[in-house]
Design a protein around this ligand. Structure first.
Ligand code: FES
Ligand code: FES
Length: 161
């Protein structure tokens, strides 16, 4: 099939097998290896990307399902060499250890803060329950999302005043 897609702000047209998994297209054809394959069966969340702003497991998604859509991977988050506030907060709180799960957590956190800029810790925990981390024990991940939310809200306030 002829695929028309936007990935990290770049419009692309490619001839692809319609059964190709989105994760393979992103990693192998486009080189976005920040998209991680943990389980390959929808259990771990490591492969999460945003499709039109909504988190999607790229290991369970075929390219045909995202034709015409906008994809955002972890590589598309930073702007002009500056980490996204969620990325920065993960670094500062120790929400990253081996880092394998981190892109997936960050993408769902970005989605959450778009929908709810001031989540409680409980809401954060519920939102990330589809993502698995074998290293951190989750507390520092929740700390990171809370810190990013606080900073993003204060940035918003500055813009509004
Ligand atoms: S690799 Fe997709 S959910 Fe684990
Ligand atoms: S930091 Fe290692 S799996 Fe989460």
């Amino acid at each position: 099939m002829q695929l028309e897609i936007t990935v990290n702000g770049k419009h692309l047209e490619r001839q692809v097998d319609e059964d190709l998994r989105l994760i393979d297209f992103l990693r192998e054809e486009l080189g976005f290896t920040g998209v991680k394959e943990g389980c390959g069966v929808g259990e771990c969340g490591a492969c999460t990307v945003l499709v039109d702003g909504v988190s999607v497991l790229s290991c369970l998604t075929r390219v045909a399902q995202v034709d015409g859509k906008e994809i955002l991977t972890i590589e598309g988050l930073s702007e002009e060499g500056e980490l996204h506030p969620v990325q920065q907060a993960f670094v500062e709180t120790g929400g990253v250890q081996c880092g394998f799960c981190t892109p997936g957590f960050i993408m769902v956190a970005v989605e959450l803060l778009e929908l709810n800029p001031d989540p409680t810790r409980e809401e954060i925990r519920e939102w990330i329950e589809g993502n698995i981390c074998r290293c951190t024990g989750y507390v520092k991940i929740v700390d990171a999302i809370e810190l990013a939310a606080r900073r993003m809200r204060s940035e918003e306030e500055k813009v509004e005043t």
